[in-house]
Design a protein around this ligand. Structure first.
Ligand code: IMP
Ligand code: MG
Length: 178
């Protein structure tokens, strides 16, 4: 594995993001809604840097594997999101890749009638983004490599790494995975 972003760099970026959020909302109540499971580490670190009256929600998004690859529909479960009607919402995800996930999540959150939705991601693979979304807050732009750590997984592993690393062929399981 090749470390792309160190723990120190991540923590510094999150401090800056939290300061920006503080300044932008200036004491207005905010609901931070994290997308399970990838955003949980970021959520925990970010909200501890924000000095605002704050609620936390979670969205569970599971993609249906259709017959054709990436454009699979998402099933979104908002049961763990408190009432956001007329509230400012910051929708938080680990990474913006093609953007198809975030696009559907934004639509779903907007159907709950919030005052305004903004988006924040730790990582942005800008060159792969095909939808018309620019995150309001992001930590790092990264090249088109598959990364893990700090919440991001490969096959539900590596989320606990405190840094972001790119997987290399040697990290991938042999064909007889268990
Ligand atoms: P999108 O819909 O293409 O933007 O994909 C977003 C989702 O794909 C993210 O929420 C991640 O779960 C996953 N994903 C995209 N790129 C990576 C990566 O490099 N490592 C781990 N997960 C990724
Ligand atoms: Mg994921």
């Amino acid at each position: 594995m090749k470390v792309l972003i160190t723990e120190t760099e991540i923590q510094a970026a999150i401090k800056q993001l939290a300061a920006q959020v503080d300044a932008d909302y200036r004491g207005r109540p905010l609901t931070v809604v994290g997308v399970l499971t990838g955003s949980v580490i970021l959520l925990a670190d970010l909200i501890r840097g924000i000095n605002l009256p704050l609620r936390v929600g979670l969205l569970q998004a599971s993609s249906y594997r259709g017959e054709s690859t990436t454009s699979g529909r998402l099933e979104i479960n908002p049961d763990y999101t408190p009432d956001i009607a007329d509230r400012d919402v910051l929708l938080l995800d680990d990474i913006l890749d093609t953007g198809k996930t975030l696009e559907q999540l934004i639509r779903r959150v907007e159907s709950l009638q919030p005052r305004r939705v903004r988006t924040a991601v730790l990582l942005w693979k800008r060159e792969r983004t095909t939808v018309d979304i620019t995150p309001d807050y992001f930590g790092f732009e990264i090249p088109n490599e598959f990364v893990v750590g700090y919440g991001l997984d490969y096959d539900d592993q590596y989320r606990n790494l405190p840094y972001i690393a790119a997987l290399e062929p040697a990290d991938l399981p042999e064909s007889d995975t268990t």
